[in-house]
Design a protein around this ligand. Structure first.
Ligand code: CDT
Length: 309
């Protein structure tokens, strides 16, 4: 059986603070239709795809930001996306802000197939700061508004492959990839919102895009997985977010890349067996990875992969 999967990266241009969820969802449904016309079986949307990147704003009372959070998924505003994807038989990754019934706030992504949520991830690496920093032109208050994710890095069977999820800053950390890779991940998906400058340090701006691709290409190669990284991009309320959404194959090469900072679909045919090849040769862990000599114990080995639908 062929393990070729046509994958779409559905980059979104800016979502301004006054744009409604319904409007953002309509834009995503449009990209999903385009993906259908390319034969996509899987589409990846950005981190926080239903709202502006609100951690750039400070609120003393954090509940003032609760209107950016989803209390149920899907809800009425998001249901058209679930329905359009189910009708098109397209699985999708969606990043959004989750407010649980017992009051916990997470930066979350879900994997949806056939209209059902088959996987959920809550962001572990929350960048930025927790208190107002008046020296910055804008804030990055993820540590204020979110709790660290508590679900680990599971993987799921979907569309003939083994899928994993991370969110934005997670893509910069090798353990994100490695934990999922130890569970056999073949396609690792990230949504991101990355400002085009580092307001915490004097770093040349061009490094933002360089590091964006460097980390995902290295993660793909060293863990023999496809990586799909999808941006929310462009000028959001005075803050420029980089684009550069891309699909990386397990060799580390980029096989599709966005050329705008607007709504844009990128597409690549991904032969999932390419991930298998690396796992059986250069990165055959059982053969070459001698953890008894590293002096570390990895508690993540041997975890069973739950069956998807
Ligand atoms: N959303 C997100 O995680 N953005 C970060 C910005 C880092 S600067 C505080 C990123 O790693 O791209």
């Amino acid at each position: 059986m062929s393990r070729k999967l046509i994958v779409g990266g559905a980059q979104l241009g800016p979502i301004q603070p006054d744009e409604s969820r319904e409007s953002a969802v309509a834009r995503m449904v449009e990209l999903l239709r385009e993906a259908k016309s390319h034969g996509c079986g899987l589409v990846v949307f950005p981190e926080m795809a239903l709202s502006t990147f609100f951690p750039r704003y400070y609120a003393e009372d954090i509940t003032e930001m609760d209107h950016h959070f989803e209390r149920e998924m899907p809800n009425d505003a998001v249901r058209p996306l679930f329905e359009a994807a189910a009708e098109a038989d397209i699985a999708f990754y969606l990043g959004y802000c989750e407010l649980t019934p017992d009051g916990h706030h997470y930066n979350t992504s879900i994997l949806v197939d056939k209209g059902k949520i088959i996987g959920k991830y809550r962001k572990i690496h929350l960048p930025g700061h927790a208190e107002l920093d008046e020296n910055r032109p804008w804030q990055h208050l993820e540590k204020r508004y979110f709790e660290p994710g508590n679900l680990g890095w599971p993987v799921w069977r979907c569309k003939g492959g083994i899928m994993g999820m991370g969110l934005c800053n997670d893509r910069r950390w090798p353990e994100t990839y490695r934990v999922m890779s130890l569970k056999g991940v073949e396609m690792t998906m990230f949504g991101y919102n990355t400002p085009d400058r580092n307001t915490a340090a004097p770093e040349p701006n061009h490094l933002r895009m360089f590091h964006n691709h460097l980390t995902m290409q290295a993660g793909a190669y060293q863990n023999s997985t496809f990586v799909v990284g999808v941006a929310k991009a462009g000028l959001e309320d005075g803050c420029m977010l980089i684009g550069g959404s891309c699909i990386v194959q397990p060799s580390g090469e980029i096989i599709a890349q966005a050329s705008t900072v607007e709504d844009e679909l990128i597409v690549a045919t991904c032969d999932l067996d390419l991930a298998k090849m690396g796992k059986e040769t250069v990165f055959n862990y059982a053969k070459h990875r001698r953890i008894e000599h590293y002096g570390i114990i990895c508690s993540q080995t041997g975890v069973e992969i739950p069956e998807g639908v």
